[in-house]
Ligand binder design. Structure first.
Ligand code: HEM
Length: 128
């Protein structure tokens, strides 16, 4: 029998939608992050919904439309310092609370998210 993907264990599509719908309004209120994001956040939310689906082992909804994620390259136009990564993760932590994600599943998700956030850092700390 195949192992059950994290995507299924976390609750699949409804859970991803809850996370995205909690996360982006928080980002828009975050003084450090808000200036990086477009005012109309709908398209960003839809891209992230598709990305997180495949990131956690669900169907490849992002790549089907946008091709290979190349996340680090796609983030390069935006100045992301360690402090931006911390802020991103802080907002994501609350979004995971809002989606009632706990225990081992949360730890697995957190490990992937924090690794990827660190990987997006593309400016030195003194730029912040
Ligand atoms: C796009 C910021 C980390 C996934 C973006 C955009 C910004 C941004 C400004 C462009 C929004 C737009 O114009 O639509 C940041 C910052 C991060 C971070 C400051 C701090 C480390 C992450 C992480 C992930 C992620 C950890 C995945 C787990 C994405 C995706 C997109 C995106 C999928 C859409 C890419 C596309 O245009 O197709 N991010 N991001 N980001 N971000 Fe991040």
């Amino acid at each position: 029998s195949e192992p059950i993907a994290l995507y299924e264990r976390m609750g699949g599509d409804p859970t991803i939608r809850k996370i995205v719908q909690s996360f982006y309004p928080r980002v828009q209120k975050d003084p450090l992050l808000a200036p990086l994001f477009p005012e109309d956040i709908e398209e960003t939310m839809e891209k992230q919904r598709r990305f997180l689906t495949q990131f956690f082992g669900g169907p490849p909804l992002y790549s089907q439309v946008y091709g290979h994620p190349r996340l680090r390259a796609r983030h390069m136009p935006f100045p992301i310092t360690p402090r931006h990564a911390e802020a991103w993760l802080r907002n994501m932590d609350v979004a995971l609370d809002d989606a009632n994600i706990t225990g081992l599943i949360r730890e697995e998700m957190w490990s992937r998210l924090s690794f990827t956030a660190a990987h997006m850092v593309n400016r030195p700390p003194e730029d912040q």
